[in-house]
Design a protein around this ligand. Structure first.
Ligand SMILES: Cc1ncc(COP(=O)(O)OP(=O)(O)O)c(N)n1
Ligand SMILES: Cc1ncsc1CCOP(=O)(O)O
Ligand SMILES: [Mg+2]
Length: 216
């Protein structure tokens, strides 16, 4: 059975980890309450990517947190990851699903309302609304969608949704209040002096905000 929690989704980037290993960042983030982890490394050989994926799988096993692989369907298959994240220019969804099977998690980036309408035709497991705000972490993005973009997309989408791009503890609550099921962050945890504390703070903001939306 595929069950996962999008509420606090860490996406990795070794170049932003201030010299610390991804195993360290991911383990601390797991202790702080992240619910999903995506291995996203844009400058990595296939061997390094595979080895890194295997190491993260080991780190996450005790916490029962799914490991999602960004872009690389081959690596997702090779390390038997829980899922794959694809964007609008990546492997087509139908091929990814055919090769991964129905039990794996597949996430798809949506960069505009039309992408979200198109995604309604696909059995993706979640959408990543991307980017919500501008961010130095990824500069080759579509224009930022803002909170109104989230509202518009979640209104029409039949899929669970996570916001990504420029999200941190100052704006995390607004992402949930705009209707997303969770937040996805790179630098807010990866570049924090104390990644566990950063995850704990985001966790607490999300929990409080979700509680508020339920009681409304
Ligand atoms: C959760 C999540 N949402 C969006 C993205 C962006 O994916 P993509 O558009 O394919 O860009 P790259 O990350 O591959 O540069 C994501 N990775 N995760
Ligand atoms: C992978 C990705 N996709 C859209 S924005 C982004 C990077 C988000 O990084 P940060 O959380 O540091 O703004
Ligand atoms: Mg991609």
């Amino acid at each position: 059975m595929k069950s996962f929690d999008l509420s606090l989704y860490l996406v990795t980037d070794r170049s932003l980890s201030l010299g610390r290993t991804l195993e360290y960042i991911v383990t601390e983030a797991a202790k702080g309450g992240v619910t999903m982890v995506q291995l996203r490394e844009k400058d990595c050989s296939t061997l390094e990517f595979y080895q890194q994926a295997m190491l993260l799988k080991e780190c996450l096993r005790p916490y029962n947190i799914p490991l999602i692989i960004n872009d690389r369907l081959d690596i997702a298959l090779a390390c038997d990851a829980e899922g794959l994240h694809i964007g609008q220019s990546d492997m087509p969804y139908a091929i990814a699903r055919k090769l991964l099977g129905k039990d794996k998690i597949i996430g798809l980036s949506v960069e505009c309302l039309q992408d979200a309408i198109d995604a309604n035709e696909l059995d993706v497991d979640y959408i990543g609304i991307s980017p919500v705000f501008g961010t130095p972490t990824k500069t080759d993005t579509a224009p930022a969608l803002g909170l109104n973009g989230i509202r518009e997309i979640v209104k029409i989408s039949r899929h669970p949704a996570v916001g990504i791009g420029g999200i941190n503890r100052t704006n995390a609550a607004n992402i949930i209040l705009a209707g997303a099921d969770g937040i996805s962050v790179v630098s807010a945890i990866t570049s924090a002096t104390d990644p566990k504390e950063a995850a704990l703070q985001l966790r607490s903001i999300i929990n409080q905000t979700i509680k508020k939306t339920i009681n409304q």
